[in-house]
Design a protein around this ligand. Structure first.
Ligand code: FES
Length: 132
């Protein structure tokens, strides 16, 4: 009888622990999703269909072959704002890194590609909508 009582007590302890761990895991996942939602924001800029490359405060908008793509204008070397395009290359003014128009570094010191953001056009095609 006493041994049986221990077994049941142990079972309840283990089951309680597992339920507790599951609850903590679910809470952590929910919290993470809420933080992601809070951090996610949408910004819009006027769309110029006649320009292949447009620079905004923090974004580089590429309009090519019917596709609009947005890259971060922050250089992946040390974060300077890239604000110039020369001969199909995006130039960082700080230390001279160069990226091709797909955001891939072609000259260092930067070696990581520019961050890319989901981009759509408004239904009237006058605004670029960027999800960060
Ligand atoms: S911050 Fe762009 S090259 Fe250094």
């Amino acid at each position: 009888m006493s041994e049986n009582k221990h077994t049941r007590r142990n079972f309840l302890k283990i089951a309680g622990g597992l339920i507790g761990l599951s609850a903590v895991g679910m809470w952590a996942e929910l919290t993470k999703n809420q933080i992601d939602l809070l951090n996610k924001k949408t910004v819009t800029f006027p769309f110029n269909p006649n320009r292949e490359i447009s620079f905004t405060d923090e974004f580089i908008i590429k309009n090519s072959e019917g596709k609009v793509i947005t890259y971060s204008a922050h250089c992946t070397h040390m974060g300077c704002i890239i604000n110039k395009e020369i001969n199909g290359k995006l130039i960082c003014p700080c230390h001279g890194s160069e990226y091709n128009l797909n955001g891939i570094p072609v000259k260092g010191p930067a070696y990581k590609p520019l961050e890319k953001f989901k981009t759509t056009l408004s239904t009237d095609q006058k605004q670029v909508i960027i999800e960060t």
